[in-house]
Design a protein around this ligand. Structure first.
Ligand SMILES: Cc1cc2nc3c(=O)[nH]c(=O)nc-3n(C[C@H](O)[C@H](O)[C@H](O)COP(=O)(O)O)c2cc1C
Length: 297
C-alpha cells in the first residue's frame, strides 16, 4: 500500500482507530497489528481529569452499541507526562482528540496540547454524552466560531469531529472548512435511546456499530459533495466491503470504533479488500479511489 497523505502526515494505511476505543494508543498492543493502521488516535482528553458517567455505560444492542461514557479521561497534563512518551515509541503519527464542556475548556486544552510534538489535533465537537449543552457541531455558527478561535491558537493540523445529528451535514462541514479546519472527521455517534429493564430507566446515549453504517456512509457521501478538505469517514464500518465503500463514497481515511473491539484484524482485512479493488480497476493513485462512487451518483 502506498503512503496516504493527510496534511504533512504520511500514513502507512488509510485505516485508523476511532477515538475512544483505543485508550491512549498502546492498550491494544499484542492484539492489533500496528503496521495495518495509519495513526494512533487517543481517547478524547479534557483540561481536567473526568470520571465520566456512572456504570453501566455500555449497552449492547442487536446490531451495535449505545454508550454513555461521558468523556472519562486522565486529563491532558497526565496524558502528556505518562502516555505520550510511550505512544511516541510506536513510531506512528499521533492524533490527539480533545474536548470539553465549554468552548473555553476546549480552547485551553488546545493551547496546552498544541505546544507538544504531535502530528494532529482532533476537536471533538460532537460528544453526545455531556450533560447540559447542545453539541457544538449541531450548529454551523457555533462550529465556525470555535474553529476560528482554534485557528488563532494553533498552526497544527486540525481535524473537526462532527455530529451526524443534524439536518444538513453539508452546512456544518462547510462552516468548519470555511473557519479553517484542515480535515473533517465524520462522524461521532448518533443520539439514541435504550431501556434498562432491570432498573426501569431510560438510557440516552450514542449509538455506534453495524447498525449506523448505511446512515453514516450516506452522510459522508453528502459531505464529500459539499467540502474539498479530506474526510475521515467513521460510523459502523464492520467488514472489508463496508470499509471500501466508505472510501468510495468520499472518505480519504476511514476510522473503526466498535468493530475494532470485536475484530482487531479488521484493518488488515480492509487493506486486502482495497488492494484487490485497486488491482481489478487498475487504480494507481489514492485520489482515484476516494469518492469514486460519489462522483457518479
Ligand atoms: C465506547 C466508546 C467510546 C467513545 N469515545 C469517544 C471519544 O472519547 N471521543 C470521540 O470523539 N468519539 C468517541 N466515540 C465515538 C467513536 O469514535 C466513533 O465516532 C463512533 O463510535 C462511530 O464509529 P463506530 O460505529 O465504528 O464505532 C466513542 C465510541 C464508543 C463506542
Amino acid at each position: 500500500m502506498h503512503k496516504i497523505k493527510l496534511g504533512k502526515m504520511e500514513l502507512d494505511s488509510p485505516v485508523i482507530p476511532a477515538s475512544g476505543v483505543f485508550g491512549y494508543g498502546d492498550e491494544l498492543k499484542g492484539l492489533i497489528d500496528y503496521k495495518k493502521i495509519g495513526a494512533i488516535v487517543t481517547k478524547t482528553l479534557t483540561i481536567k481529569e473526568r470520571k465520566g458517567n456512572p456504570q453501566p455505560r455500555i449497552w449492547e444492542l442487536e446490531n451495535g452499541l449505545l454508550n454513555t461514557i461521558g468523556l472519562q479521561n486522565i486529563g491532558v497534563e497526565r496524558f502528556c507526562e505518562e502516555k505520550l512518551p510511550v505512544i511516541k515509541k510506536l513510531k506512528k503519527p499521533v492524533i490527539v482528540s480533545i474536548g470539553g464542556e465549554t468552548d473555553d475548556e476546549i480552547l485551553l486544552c488546545l493551547e496546552y496540547i498544541s505546544k507538544k510534538d504531535i502530528e494532529a489535533i482532533e476537536l471533538n465537537l460532537s460528544c453526545p454524552n455531556i450533560a447540559g449543552r447542545n453539541l457544538i457541531s449541531e450548529n454551523p455558527e457555533a462550529t465556525y466560531n470555535i474553529i476560528k478561535q482554534a485557528r488563532k491558537i494553533t498552526r497544527s493540523f486540525l481535524i473537526a469531529k462532527l455530529s451526524p445529528n443534524v439536518t444538513d451535514v453539508g452546512e456544518t462541514g462547510s462552516a468548519a472548512e470555511e473557519a479553517g479546519t484542515d480535515a473533517l472527521c465524520a462522524f461521532n455517534t448518533f443520539k439514541g435511546l435504550t431501556f434498562d429493564w432491570k432498573n426501569h430507566k431510560v438510557i440516552l446515549g450514542g449509538v455506534s456499530g453495524d447498525a449506523i453504517f448505511p446512515l453514516s456512509c450516506r452522510l459522508v457521501h453528502q459531505l464529500y459533495q459539499n467540502v474539498s478538505i479530506p474526510i475521515i469517514g467513521i460510523g459502523g464500518i464492520h467488514s472489508p466491503e463496508t470499509g471500501l465503500l466508505m472510501i468510495l463514497c468520499g472518505a480519504t481515511i476511514i476510522g473503526i470504533g466498535t468493530s475494532l473491539m470485536i475484530n482487531p484484524d479488521l484493518p488488515g482485512e480492509i487493506l486486502n479488500e482495497i488492494k484487490k479493488y485497486k488491482k481489478e480497476k487498475n487504480i494507481k493513485k489514492w485520489d482515484e479511489i476516494v469518492g469514486r462512487k460519489a462522483r457518479f451518483f
